[in-house]
Design a protein around this ligand. Structure first.
Ligand code: SAM
Ligand code: SF4
Length: 352
């Protein structure tokens, strides 16, 4: 059964499922702040497969595996293999990772299991910035690991020119804003798309303040002053804006931009959001900034009930009216401080 265009209350179809595999992480990025605790009742491979299958039945075409750090999950390759029968309706299986555990062997195993793309997170090209942004003293070692991970992913067949390999960078004002140009330079040299992410108010532990946000227009203008860029058309249901270098530098991808920005704070994109988030313990969140989720385990344990689960997910999606980023912008325009904004689930639990 497939209902490809199941709309929510704002007319947005389900397109992408972000499945968190663990809330644990081997980094401690201060802007994310995982607490090192796994929630009780983690789902297994079969429950996760059934969840993705139900989402695909409702129109999802992409699953993004995330965390915490998804490479900490020893069953990751088994899950990717188990998702293959969902093709071709499931068009893309993607992974977001900090890359620390992406050895040459692991990259090959993931590719062989059927993973389509890898987004690696790196917030600087200098040890001191990487240390600050990753919460680790050994920033130089972390940087080397991620640079090696880029090479391993490419060697395993994750091709940046086909959108198979990207770099994600969170930029925080006064913390690593000096890394925008070095990161752009690194991405240009290596032919990678660089996705610049505004620091977001996800979770409650990171102590987010509006003055810590560097807006994406400033990031892009800094790059523009060094290597002129021009905007590309925005894709339907994309949460990012795309740019290309006038000198043709960057990815060399026919449809992939060398630069993209996620401007959740300065230019909210709720009207295009087609993402459903599912935590490692089986809670569905219709928005990255939702205060609570829906427990899907009654339809998954002790054994999965696919038809009932599909109905529960359809009901959840059809009731969805979240547009937090836009509301935040409206609230901030009228409120004296952001303390009036609601609390959220933590990023390492939700998976971004
Ligand atoms: N551990 C993996 C990683 O870092 O790529 C996957 C999980 S992480 C939660 C997913 C993405 O969320 C990463 O690209 C990370 O940089 C981003 N992220 C985490 N906290 C953020 C925040 N407060 N604002 C913006 N992006 C954030
Ligand atoms: Fe870990 Fe990713 Fe969060 Fe950093 S952003 S602490 S790597 S889950």
């Amino acid at each position: 059964m497939q209902q490809p265009h199941l709309p929510d209350r704002l007319g947005r179809p389900l397109g992408v499922v972000r499945l968190s595999l663990t809330a644990r992480c081997n980094l401690n990025c201060p802007y994310c702040r995982p607490d090192g605790q796994e929630p009780p009742g983690l789902l297994g491979v079969e429950e996760r497969r059934v969840l993705v299958a139900a989402s695909v039945d409702l129109g999802a075409h992409t699953v993004r595996l995330t965390g915490g750090e998804p490479l900490l999950d020893a069953d990751l390759e088994t899950l990717i293999t188990a998702l293959q029968p969902l093709r071709p309706r499931l068009r893309r299986i993607a992974l977001t990772s900090n890359g620390l555990l992406l050895s040459a062997e692991r990259a090959k195993a993931l590719r062989q299991a059927g993973l389509d793309s890898v987004s690696l997170s790196l917030d600087g090209t200098e040890a001191i910035s990487v240390a600050r942004m990753s919460g680790r003293r050994d920033g130089g070692w972390v940087l080397e690991q991620v640079l090696d991970a880029i090479d391993h992913a490419r060697a395993a067949g994750f091709d940046p020119a086909q959108g198979g390999l990207k770099l994600n960078a969170v930029i925080q004002r006064d913390v690593n804003e000096d890394q925008v140009l070095p990161l752009a330079s690194l991405a240009r040299q290596r032919g990678l798309e660089l996705r610049l992410i505004e620091y977001m108010d996800v979770g409650n532990r990171n102590g987010w303040r509006p003055d810590q946000v560097l807006d994406s227009a400033t990031m892009v203008s800094r790059i523009h002053s060094q290597w002129p860029v021009e905007p590309l058309n925005r894709e339907a249901h994309a949460t990012h804006r795309r740019w290309r270098y006038r000198d043709g530098g960057g990815t060399g991808a026919a449809d992939g931009p060398p630069i993209s920005t996620i401007a959740s704070i300065s230019e909210p994109f709720c009207g295009d959001c087609n993402r459903l988030r599912i935590t490692a313990d089986g809670f569905a969140y219709p928005c990255l900034f939702a205060t609570s989720g829906t427990d899907l385990r009654p339809w998954l344990l002790p054994r999965p009930q696919p038809a009932a689960l599909r109905l529960a997910l359809a009901n959840l999606w059809q009731a969805r009216s979240d547009r937090y980023s836009e509301e935040r912008a409206e609230l901030r325009a009228t409120a004296s401080s952001h303390t009036s904004l609601p609390t959220h689930a933590e990023m390492a639990y939700l998976g971004g």
